[in-house]
Design a protein around this ligand. Structure first.
Ligand code: MLT
Length: 399
């Protein structure tokens, strides 16, 4: 009998969104006449933009022609896609070498897979609450986690404790689930702390496209010194509606070099390249071609229209919360609204209450960590009419 990875015993039975889907399916089966409004998982509802569709069609045709057919691609990603991303960063005032960009099938996989590069005795700092993938993937490989509290008292933006040493730091900004977004000064403090501690920041910028204030950093590399201490993960899921199309990228600067226990220098860039070459055969050419179109100026203009649609939904939810006197965070530089459960409910009670009373599905904050136990998350990725209707139901329920 094989010895199993018993770290799995430490995980909750279901991944958060699988649990929500499970409870929601049970409700629908018992109440087939009560249609649900789903504002739970951050899954987009608008179709892909025209420029993406054109690129997809064109590359499908290329695959059907012996002259342009592509087999295995480079594990790191096609140069065209990496250059398009690097140019996009440049337009946002951030310099990133196309060679440091690795194309993937999404930020979720890479934020999980990155644990391959690190030992198992690191001090790993993860905010609570947080996107559950960071916690689950570290738990799966037996890593110990040190939590840092994100609460209303620190505006859900915890800052480093300069008296404590850590080796790895997970930061998601704009944050999933709270919607909080670090400013440059705050991120500079994290970068300075990481450099002083020879720590690595694992920066998830999956929601950067929702930042509407040009002063707020959309990449960790907008911060001085970050290339010496940070890996950045990003995704096209929310930027360009690729939740079903699957594409993301990870930036591992060549400056990230540390010493092994035998004194040898180890480059995280070289290690990630080695890891990807072994375990990943690259993102499909068709998808990478569409991704390159996303990062063109015209592509971004089209994607921005969809983002504005979701931002309007976020505004509708935020206005309703204000009207009802429910304390909330996010919704401004983020597609998520994070609110305090009304009437002292805990998060899962609030989930059942909203499901049963008004057939609105959200995400209980408890699924993101202990500090989320009295909070609830709604997403603005639904369609406009459903968002308006959900908020009408909120008004009736909580007025
Ligand atoms: C969420 O709802 O938190 C996101 O959709 C999860 C993800 O992007 O994987």
């Amino acid at each position: 009998m094989p010895k199993l990875n018993e770290n799995f015993l430490k995980l909750q039975n279901n991944y958060l969104f699988a649990e929500i889907a499970h409870r929601t399916a049970a409700y629908t089966e018992a109440n087939p006449d009560k249609p649900l409004i789903r504002l739970g998982i951050g899954d987009v509802t608008l179709p892909l933009s025209d420029i993406v569709l054109q690129a997809l069609h064109q590359s499908v045709d290329e695959m059907g022609n012996s002259g342009s057919f592509k087999g295995y691609g480079p594990e790191q990603g096609y140069e065209k896609t990496r250059t398009a991303i690097s140019d996009y960063y440049k337009r946002n005032g951030v310099s990133v070498d196309a060679d440091d960009i690795f194309i993937s099938d999404g930020a979720k996989s890479d934020t999980g897979n990155i644990t391959d590069l690190f030992g198992h005795d690191n001090i790993i700092l993860i905010p609570d609450p947080v996107y559950p993938v960071y916690v689950d993937s570290n738990t799966m490989c037996g890593n110990q986690i040190t939590y840092i509290s994100a609460t209303a008292e620190n505006d859900f933006l915890p800052m480093p404790d300069h008296n404590q040493h850590v080796d790895l730091i997970y930061i998601c900004s704009p944050n999933n689930p709270t919607g909080a977004c670090y400013n440059k000064k705050q991120l500079q403090e994290w970068v300075d702390y990481a450099i002083a501690n020879e720590a690595v920041i694992l920066f998830d910028s999956a929601y950067e496209a929702f930042i509407s204030d040009p002063e707020l950093p959309r990449s960790i590399y907008a911060i001085e010194g970050a290339k010496k201490c940070a890996i950045e993960f990003c995704s096209l899921s929310k930027t360009a509606g690729f939740t079903g199309t699957r594409c993301g990228y990870t930036i591992v600067p060549k400056e990230l070099v540390f010493r092994a226990s035998n004194g040898e220098e180890m480059s995280l860039h070289a290690m990630w390249n080695r890891r990807q070459s072994t375990k990943y055969n690259g993102t499909a050419y068709i998808i990478q071609n569409a991704a390159a179109a996303v990062f063109s100026e015209e592509g971004m203009a089209q994607c921005r229209k969809n983002i504005q649609y979701y931002q309007r939904n976020a505004q509708i939810i935020a206005n309703t919360m204000t009207e009802l006197g429910i304390r909330f965070y996010g919704g401004l530089h983020s597609p998520y609204i994070w609110f305090e459960c009304p009437n002292g409910m805990d998060a899962w009670t609030c989930f059942d209450y909203l499901l049963n009373q008004i057939q609105v599905v959200g995400t209980p904050g408890a699924g993101f960590g202990e500090n989320g136990k009295n909070f609830f998350r709604l997403t603005s990725f639904g369609n406009y009419e459903n968002t308006v209707e959900a908020m009408n139901r909120f008004r009736k329920l909580f007025c």
